[in-house]
Design a protein around this ligand. Structure first.
Ligand code: HEC
Length: 88
Protein backbone atom coordinates (compact mmCIF):
# COMPACT_ATOMS: atom_id res chain seq x y z
CA UNK A 1 0.00 0.00 0.00
CA UNK A 2 0.91 3.65 -0.33
CA UNK A 3 -0.42 6.44 1.89
CA UNK A 4 -0.73 10.05 0.70
CA UNK A 5 -1.52 13.15 2.78
CA UNK A 6 -2.51 16.65 1.72
CA UNK A 7 -0.93 20.00 2.62
CA UNK A 8 -3.28 20.44 5.62
CA UNK A 9 -1.92 17.20 7.08
CA UNK A 10 1.68 18.17 6.29
CA UNK A 11 1.24 21.48 8.15
CA UNK A 12 -0.53 19.77 11.05
CA UNK A 13 2.33 17.28 11.41
CA UNK A 14 4.89 20.11 11.38
CA UNK A 15 2.92 22.36 13.74
CA UNK A 16 3.47 20.65 17.09
CA UNK A 17 1.05 19.17 19.62
CA UNK A 18 -2.54 18.53 18.43
CA UNK A 19 -5.65 17.12 20.13
CA UNK A 20 -7.40 16.45 16.79
CA UNK A 21 -6.60 16.60 13.08
CA UNK A 22 -7.68 19.91 11.46
CA UNK A 23 -10.65 20.56 9.18
CA UNK A 24 -9.71 19.78 5.57
CA UNK A 25 -7.14 17.09 6.42
CA UNK A 26 -7.11 14.35 3.74
CA UNK A 27 -5.47 10.91 3.84
CA UNK A 28 -5.62 8.52 0.88
CA UNK A 29 -4.45 4.91 0.83
CA UNK A 30 -3.83 2.95 -2.37
CA UNK A 31 -3.89 -0.80 -1.84
CA UNK A 32 -2.16 -3.27 -4.18
CA UNK A 33 -2.57 -7.01 -4.70
CA UNK A 34 0.12 -8.99 -6.49
CA UNK A 35 1.60 -5.64 -7.59
CA UNK A 36 -1.63 -4.46 -9.21
CA UNK A 37 -3.78 -1.55 -7.94
CA UNK A 38 -6.64 -3.08 -5.96
CA UNK A 39 -8.40 -0.46 -3.84
CA UNK A 40 -8.41 3.28 -3.05
CA UNK A 41 -9.65 4.49 0.33
CA UNK A 42 -9.79 8.08 1.49
CA UNK A 43 -10.79 10.08 4.53
CA UNK A 44 -11.36 13.83 4.80
CA UNK A 45 -11.88 15.76 8.04
CA UNK A 46 -15.02 17.89 7.68
CA UNK A 47 -15.41 20.05 10.77
CA UNK A 48 -15.02 17.62 13.65
CA UNK A 49 -16.11 14.49 11.74
CA UNK A 50 -14.41 12.32 9.11
CA UNK A 51 -15.92 11.65 5.67
CA UNK A 52 -14.86 8.20 4.45
CA UNK A 53 -14.83 6.78 0.92
CA UNK A 54 -13.72 3.60 -0.78
CA UNK A 55 -13.32 3.30 -4.57
CA UNK A 56 -12.76 0.50 -7.06
CA UNK A 57 -9.71 1.08 -9.26
CA UNK A 58 -12.25 1.92 -12.03
CA UNK A 59 -13.36 4.90 -9.92
CA UNK A 60 -16.67 3.34 -8.89
CA UNK A 61 -17.67 4.24 -5.32
CA UNK A 62 -18.04 1.28 -2.93
CA UNK A 63 -18.70 3.21 0.31
CA UNK A 64 -18.99 6.88 1.18
CA UNK A 65 -19.99 9.06 4.08
CA UNK A 66 -19.84 7.64 7.58
CA UNK A 67 -20.22 3.90 6.88
CA UNK A 68 -19.87 1.35 9.66
CA UNK A 69 -17.60 -0.50 7.21
CA UNK A 70 -14.97 2.18 7.97
CA UNK A 71 -15.85 3.57 11.41
CA UNK A 72 -15.81 0.16 13.10
CA UNK A 73 -12.01 0.38 12.88
CA UNK A 74 -11.27 4.06 12.38
CA UNK A 75 -13.21 5.25 15.45
CA UNK A 76 -10.61 3.59 17.63
CA UNK A 77 -7.61 5.33 16.08
CA UNK A 78 -5.99 8.56 17.16
CA UNK A 79 -8.84 10.75 15.84
CA UNK A 80 -9.52 8.10 13.17
CA UNK A 81 -6.01 7.81 11.74
CA UNK A 82 -4.37 4.45 12.28
CA UNK A 83 -1.04 4.53 10.41
CA UNK A 84 0.48 7.42 12.38
CA UNK A 85 -0.24 9.30 15.61
CA UNK A 86 -1.29 12.87 16.26
CA UNK A 87 1.73 15.11 16.90
CA UNK A 88 2.28 15.36 20.68
C1 HEC B 1 -10.54 -3.99 9.78
C2 HEC B 1 -10.25 -2.63 10.22
C3 HEC B 1 -10.38 -1.53 9.17
C4 HEC B 1 -11.49 -1.21 8.42
C5 HEC B 1 -12.86 -1.88 8.42
C6 HEC B 1 -11.11 -0.05 7.63
N1 HEC B 1 -9.81 0.31 7.89
FE1 HEC B 1 -8.79 1.83 7.04
N2 HEC B 1 -7.11 1.27 8.02
C7 HEC B 1 -7.03 0.25 8.95
C8 HEC B 1 -5.66 0.15 9.45
C9 HEC B 1 -5.16 -0.84 10.50
C10 HEC B 1 -4.93 1.14 8.79
C11 HEC B 1 -3.43 1.46 8.94
C12 HEC B 1 -2.66 1.08 7.72
C13 HEC B 1 -2.91 -0.34 7.33
O1 HEC B 1 -2.60 -1.25 8.12
O2 HEC B 1 -3.43 -0.54 6.22
C14 HEC B 1 -5.87 1.84 7.91
C15 HEC B 1 -5.54 2.90 7.10
C16 HEC B 1 -6.43 3.64 6.38
C17 HEC B 1 -6.12 4.87 5.70
C18 HEC B 1 -4.78 5.59 5.72
C19 HEC B 1 -4.80 6.55 6.90
C20 HEC B 1 -4.76 5.82 8.24
O3 HEC B 1 -5.81 5.81 8.95
O4 HEC B 1 -3.72 5.25 8.58
C21 HEC B 1 -7.26 5.30 5.11
C22 HEC B 1 -7.46 6.56 4.28
C23 HEC B 1 -8.29 4.33 5.39
N3 HEC B 1 -7.75 3.33 6.17
C24 HEC B 1 -9.59 4.43 4.98
C25 HEC B 1 -10.58 3.49 5.23
C26 HEC B 1 -11.92 3.54 4.69
C27 HEC B 1 -12.42 4.62 3.76
C28 HEC B 1 -12.58 2.46 5.18
C29 HEC B 1 -14.01 2.00 4.86
C30 HEC B 1 -14.29 1.81 3.46
C31 HEC B 1 -11.64 1.72 6.04
N4 HEC B 1 -10.45 2.37 6.04
C32 HEC B 1 -11.96 0.58 6.73
C33 HEC B 1 -8.07 -0.55 9.38
C34 HEC B 1 -9.34 -0.57 8.82
Amino acid sequence: MEIFINEVMVEALAGGSLAAWPDGAIVVKDGFMAGEPHIVVAMQKRGDAWFFAEYETSGEVVYSGDPHACTRCHDDGDDGILAFDLPR
